[in-house]
Design a protein around this ligand. Structure first.
Ligand SMILES: [Zn+2]
Length: 285
């Protein structure tokens, strides 16, 4: 069986798709267990957020309490290894399903964030973009009674809290127009923006192969790239502990922590590079 190093040597221009598994080592919990089953409570649906005042209060209350975990998370060895892979010209394009912004903070300037970025907030009326940190200040100022609660965090900067009286939570409006604020992330029941799908699909077209890093691919917005890769004859490798939805499509699967597998790959690439660069020994006299 092919090793990850051989896979990358054979297919140097990789379309890299990362998921929640790459951020667990940064303290951001994973949505799914090893079987790819969702754990914890169901995420908010776009429809509920838009239509229910109570759902919005509950969302922002939980988000205010859960946000510090995401805000304080820093890129881990796996994010840095993806950056190192890019520095070795092996990453044709980096696409992520994560909303934590950690690839960018690890120095990858041009990431396609399929599901948005939790560090931004968008006004549904005027379209203005706000920094999540600024909105956090408004949330905390308007809701001093809710400040200081702690709760287990979930990946979208949300928190598992049920016992608070969310009806009393005051949700601030847009600083420009007073309009409804929504985190700039793709909720369940919402589509990935068409231009992002288009950009990612054309990047896949120009790549030699696909490398999945830390995703069970259970969500279709990520899985479809595997379907497209398979259809166009591009091999797929995955680094993921546990089952993925694309297992039957994989040319190679590495069941190890992302940082471990990627750092081993970088070491092998560098060793091969050194061997290729070192001069042949001089012939014996
Ligand atoms: Zn506005």
């Amino acid at each position: 069986m092919l090793s990850l190093h051989e896979f990358v040597e054979r297919h140097p221009r990789l379309f890299v798709l990362s998921g929640a598994g790459i951020s667990t080592e940064s303290g951001i919990p994973c949505y799914r267990d090893r079987e790819g089953q969702r754990t914890g409570r169901a995420p908010i649906l776009l429809k509920d957020f838009l239509e229910s005042d109570y759902a919005r209060r509950r969302y922002w209350a939980r988000s205010m309490i859960g946000w510090p975990v995401v805000a304080h998370a820093v890129p881990n060895a796996a994010h840095h290894a993806v950056r190192a892979l890019a520095a070795r010209s092996r990453v044709h394009r980096l696409v992520t399903q994560n909303v934590d912004g950690l690839h960018t903070r690890a120095g990858n300037p041009d990431v396609i964030e399929l599901h948005g970025n939790i560090g931004r907030v968008r006004c549904m009326s005027c379209g203005a973009r706000h920094h999540r940190a600024d909105v956090q200040r408004l949330l905390e100022a308007a809701n001093p009674d809710f400040v200081g609660h702690t709760a287990p965090a979930v990946p979208d900067g949300d928190a598992l809290i049920e016992h608070l009286d969310f009806a009393a939570f005051d949700v601030p409006g847009c600083a420009h127009c007073g309009g409804m604020l929504k985190p700039d992330v793709v909720f369940f029941g919402e589509s990935v923006p068409r231009e992002l799908v288009h950009d990612a699909a054309s990047a896949l077209e120009g790549a030699d192969a696909m490398l999945v890093v830390g995703s069970s691919l259970m969500v279709y917005s990520g899985f479809r790239f595997c379907e497209w890769a398979a259809k166009s004859g591009k091999p797929i490798a995955a680094i993921n502990i546990g089952k993925t939805r694309a297992d039957s499509l994989l040319a190679l699967k590495v069941e190890a922590p992302c940082s471990e597998a990627l750092n081993a790959l970088i070491d092998r690439l560098d060793a091969a590079q050194r061997t290729a660069a070192s001069p042949l020994p001089a012939p014996a006299p």
